[in-house]
Design a protein around this ligand. Sequence first.
Ligand SMILES: [Zn+2]
Length: 494
Amino acid sequence: MPLYENQELKIYNSLSGEKEVFKPLTDGYVGMYVCGPTVYSNVHLGNCRTFISFDLVFRYLKHLGYKVRYVRNITDAGHLENDAETGEDRIAKKARLEEIEPMEVVQKYTVDFHNILYKFNNLPPSIEPTATGHIVEQIEIIKEIIDKGFAYEANGSVYFDVLKYNESNHYGILSGRKLEDMIANTRELAAQDDKKNPQDFALWKKAEPQHIMRWPSPWSVGFPGWHLECTVMSSKYLGDEFDIHGGGMDLKFPHHECEIAQGQAATGKNPVNYWMHANMLTLNGKKMAKSTGNNILPKELFSGDNDVLSKSYSPSIARFFMLQANYRSILDFSDEALGAAEKGFHKLMDAVALIPNLPTSKNSSVAIAEWKQKCYDAMNDDFNSPVLIANLFEAVKIINAVEAKKATLTAEDLKELKESIHSFIFDVLGLEAVTALENNQDSERLANVVELLIELRAKARANRDFETGDKIRDELAANGILLKDSKEGTTFSL
Ligand SMILES: [Zn+2]
């Protein structure tokens, strides 16, 4: 029997503003779509937090026994600089500045994105479609929306008619905004604007002569509006109605609001049952922004090469730190908080390492089954990873008490404790034991030891004790540490 039959998972649904019992459309299967990155620059840490949050969701659903189809797109066209759909295409602009092809920009930053998420131990999604790979489908859905009377053409561009849509539907259902307020708060349309109303958004934009990313369509040579790709790719791979849609909090409006409107207009169905939004990351109490310098890239975090933090932190520590907060809360990155997470992480891993050698007894003085259900209760409560982690630290206490012979466990309970801890730490939270090289402190210690051995080897060689000298070199090599002799002395690589 799959685990999900015994566990009642509740998800905070942004659409209702409440935690709701999760019921997938098809028993045992989950369709999940998460808005992926616009690949025009290195992925920033705030985005990583969003994707780590949804990796936790993906992992827990799988752990519960669901077959999950997780679709996360790559935006490689159509995302303009401003939310008001003005300015250059972000990718085309980068291509112009770097004097390379737009697809080179896309390739470069897609690779960066994958590398960084791999370091954070995120599982890859089941399908990772691109906007440019779905232009045909986007044109088809625009035709449908026009046919249903919810979009109009103007000067080669096509716009979604928000006022018309709102007559029979609710534009603002997700963000809680009222169309009347939106209208009252917007400025007049500029004379050159083709839109009927400022709230209308582009489904297709006619390309200006200088716009290099362009495709033919029935209306003009142009490009799709940014919101459309997610409607097209989610419905293509998950159906007109699917279970979970996620993304960063900043995408709730207008992006996700527009997705609902487009889906509803094209099919007459509400596309998504559970909307989930991950909160943002701040740095030293302030919003991260390149312009103010209050910013740090993941690779700068891992290498320690930055002006914000005093030392480097491994991806596992950073992931553990992020999971110590609920995905719906704002999380602040600081030296102090990361340092505390690092200590906690090692305490947890040290306890895990003790488990195989723990003594067993005829009776248990601790109720392991109850402890295990508390872990599930935490995750069933809208993926509450900080409470799960607090329960794992309860297990650390149990392990240490058994080690010190102040508590007892039967062989069966010990097995259950071990299996549960392993699945929660490694499968659900997706943490990895930090290797010596990954952990900065340990690698510093290792380097000191190697330096000492190099010194001893030099001494042995000076005394013509070549046997000892070679033994040091060979043993180090056998452990992957290569010595290189030169006129300047001996160096090593790990
Ligand atoms: Zn999206």
